[in-house]
Ligand binder design. Structure first.
Ligand code: PGA
Length: 256
């Protein structure tokens, strides 16, 4: 059976609480259109997770995720987000190691590894972000950097048949710039990532790993990045934060 493309909406800090509820309601009202063509995951700000879930009501065609968690489930860690709470509020996915977290919050590959292991232990699906800087690509280091990020992220992970992992390839220089990478390059990196997964995990669980692309994706270019086998979805920031541009992604698939 052909799998539907994955569209993961990373709302970042782009929407306030009220805007998040409105957008979730608009999505809920478009169930037929969305559900038919894509598997949608909404990742609002964690503070709006519960309200977004309520706005979606019984519309279980939408998966819910968060943009970060802390690497421990509980303890004296003022201001952090517990995966246990995320779980209780219906979150099923966790974005881990987004380049904005690595850049602005000094998140390391080691943090990514801990969060990935914890997410799987708690029965949620990690969306592990990897990607190189522009300089690293210019210096032909992109594959080395991404491979190293993957090796470290999955160092402590044994993937069970019931567990899933999503790897999002996001070249840092393509995020939020309107300058997506050449689709061919994204595809090539997708192959590198799959090869790396083959080195890390037993063959039986490889089907539980999806590789997707992120970085300046919108309705006009989304089809270039998803071939259904190497890259099977997209992680979208800017274009996912307004109903019409989110809908344009779905419509692109509908017209296919
Ligand atoms: P963008 O963001 O779609 O705005 O480039 C992607 C991301 O940060 O995941």
């Amino acid at each position: 059976m052909k799998i539907k493309p994955l569209v993961i909406a990373n709302w970042k800090l782009g929407l306030d609480h009220t805007q998040a509820i409105i957008l979730a309601s608009q999505v809920a009202n478009s169930q037929d259109e969305f559900e038919k063509f894509v598997d949608l995951i909404l990742c609002p700000s964690v503070i709006s997770l519960d309200a977004v879930r309520q706005a979606l009501g019984s519309k279980s065609f939408v998966g819910l995720g968060v943009q970060n968690i802390y690497s421990k489930p509980q303890g004296s860690f003022t201001g952090e987000t517990s995966i246990l709470s995320v779980k209780q509020l219906g979150g099923k996915f966790v974005i881990i190691g987004h380049s904005e977290r690595r850049k602005y919050f000094a998140e390391t590959n080691e943090d990514v590894a801990k969060k990935t292991a914890l997410t799987l232990t708690e029965g949620l699906t990690p969306i592990v972000c990897v990607g190189e800087t522009y300089e690293e690509r210019q210096q032909q280091q992109a594959e080395v950097v991404v491979t190293e990020q993957l090796v470290q992220a999955f160092e402590h992970v044994t993937l069970k048949a019931s567990q899933q992992i999503i790897v999002a390839y996001e070249p840092i220089w393509a995020i939020g710039t309107g300058q997506a990478i050449e689709p061919k390059q994204a595809h090539l990196m997708g192959l590198v990532i799959h090869q790396q997964m083959l080195d890390v995990f037993p063959k039986e669980v490889l089907q539980n790993i999806r590789v997707i692309y992120g970085g300046s994706v919108d309705g006009s270019n989304v089809l270039d990045f998803v071939d259904g086998s190497v890259l099977s979805g997209v992680l979208v920031g800017g274009a996912s934060q307004q109903f019409e541009s989110l809908r344009a992604l779905v419509q692109a698939y509908a017209k296919q």
